[in-house]
Design a protein around this ligand. Structure first.
Ligand SMILES: [Zn+2]
Length: 445
């Protein structure tokens, strides 16, 4: 999910509330086909200054991307290995460029057509179609995730020795922007991480079946020195359309990538005070980073499952629910669930011409998020719906979250299944719910 906020829209930010009159957003998805579409849409969106973009996407270079979305019936999953006790396997396959790759990891899912979902020790997911598979060997060893230190060494090898590694409790940050900025990011991410877990724990998710957990793999953040360096990497890693974003989260690699937002032609900031001073001038850019970091946390806490059917309104709605930056706190994060003025204004404007079936179309598929003409409204509506449901139907929302969290990997739901899931949690009468939703949002200020 890319999150990009328009620098020109940046103005002073009241804590917990957007002030800008402009906004933007873009699609996010776990679905390979949709991911590719959204990549194209992103470039359209960028031309519209009113619309920053946010997306989850698979890596383009991910060889299995095309096998994921389409045919649930041909990839119906076999029994997934128990992740904790899975053996280490050596899977060799040919990627799209016909280059042979070896992944030493665990097989998470074996499709009935012979396709595999393989996870490396850094947490990266690889999809391997049957015809791409060269060899698969099971070893006597147990699969073990890389430690933060080992991961740091791996990242330094991949991204160059000038990348400084900063390790925090949950993150490994590989920074080309110097240590102070990486440390600042680490502190921000850790605060967000705690806020996310605390917020949902306090709302009783555990009692309703969601077991929020610590991430199995250290969370990776790549911090580039400037926009140019980021754009070069993002183009290679995720496709050229991501290059103009302020950051993104890749479901495939499980990494977030961002750059030093304080740089802009200056020397890197030397300390936290200087970073804060510079960022105060462009708080919207930081919201992008917060949005992406929220996706990463949600996909690593058991709230969402990577490569499962996560409706975009839900995953994007959640990221937007957390995205308002809280740059002033030292420990807490006071802006979770604050009214997002930007989204609210967009949604209220949309209400004048919102079609009668808007709720259904938002719920039943991700199509509106991947249509450049509708994506901005879809994002605003996803925020509004999430806000409404969390504030007025917390128990049902958590029940729904749990239902989605338990979705199997590599199975993509049909519109009627998505609607059935929603109705099972929130009731059969969508018209009635929609009327209450609209009434609630009209009154919100
Ligand atoms: Zn997003």
């Amino acid at each position: 999910m890319v999150n990009e906020l328009d620098e020109q829209s940046a103005g002073p930010l009241r804590i917990g509330r957007w002030r800008s009159h402009e906004t933007s957003d873009g699609p996010a998805t776990c679905d390979g086909a949709i991911a590719r579409e959204s990549t194209l849409i992103e470039s359209t969106l960028r031309q519209k200054r009113w619309m920053p973009s946010r997306r989850i996407f698979l890596n383009r270079s991910d060889p299995g991307t095309r096998f994921l979305p389409v045919a649930a019936q041909t990839v119906s999953c076999g029994a997934a290995a128990q992740p904790e006790s899975a053996p280490l396997e050596h899977v060799t396959f040919r990627d799209d460029m016909k280059t042979e790759r070896l992944v030493a990891g665990r097989v998470l899912t074996e499709a009935t057509d012979g396709g595999l979902l393989v996870q490396g020790p850094d947490g990266r997911l690889w999809t391997v179609e049957k015809e791409q598979l060269v060899t698969r060997e099971t070893t006597d060893e147990k699969f073990t995730p890389l430690s933060a230190e080992a991961l740091g060494r791996q990242l330094a090898t991949e991204l160059g020795s000038d990348c400084e590694i900063v390790v925090t409790k949950h993150y490994v940050i590989c920074s080309h922007a110097g240590k102070p900025y990486a440390q600042w990011c680490g502190a921000l991410f850790e605060r967000l991480y705690s806020a996310f877990h605390d917020y949902w724990k306090q709302r009783g998710v555990k009692q309703r079946g969601i077991k929020l957990r610590e991430p199995e793999f250290p969370l990776i953040a790549l911090v580039f020195a400037n926009e140019k360096q980021f754009a070069e990497f993002a183009s290679r890693d995720a496709g050229p359309d991501v290059a103009s974003a302020k950051g993104y989260y890749s479901i495939g690699t499980n990494r977030i990538a961002l750059y030093d937002l304080t740089a802009s032609g200056q020397e890197p900031a030397r300390n936290v005070a200087e970073i804060s001073r510079r960022l105060a001038a462009a708080p919207f850019n930081i919201a992008t980073v917060v949005h992406e970091a929220t996706h990463q946390i949600a996909f690593n806490s058991g709230m969402h499952t990577r490569y499962a059917d996560n409706p975009l309104w839900l995953s994007e709605g959640m990221a937007m629910y957390f995205e308002t930056p809280d740059l002033t706190s030292r420990s807490g994060w006071k802006t979770v669930g604050a009214v997002n003025d930007l989204r609210l204004k967009q949604f209220q404007t949309y209400l004048a011409r919102r079609p009668a079936d808007a709720l259904v179309t938002l719920l039943q598929s991700d199509a509106r998020f991947t249509d450049s003409n509708q994506a901005g409204e879809a994002y605003a509506e996803a925020w509004a719906l999430s806000y409404f449901l969390i504030k007025t139907r917390k128990e049902a929302y958590i029940e729904y979250l749990n239902r989605i969290a338990e979705k199997p990997t590599l199975i993509w739901n049909q519109p009627q299944e998505r609607l059935a899931d929603f109705r099972a949690a929130f009731g059969e009468d969508l018209q009635q719910l929609d009327a209450e939703f609209v009434k609630f949002m009209r009154r919100l200020k």
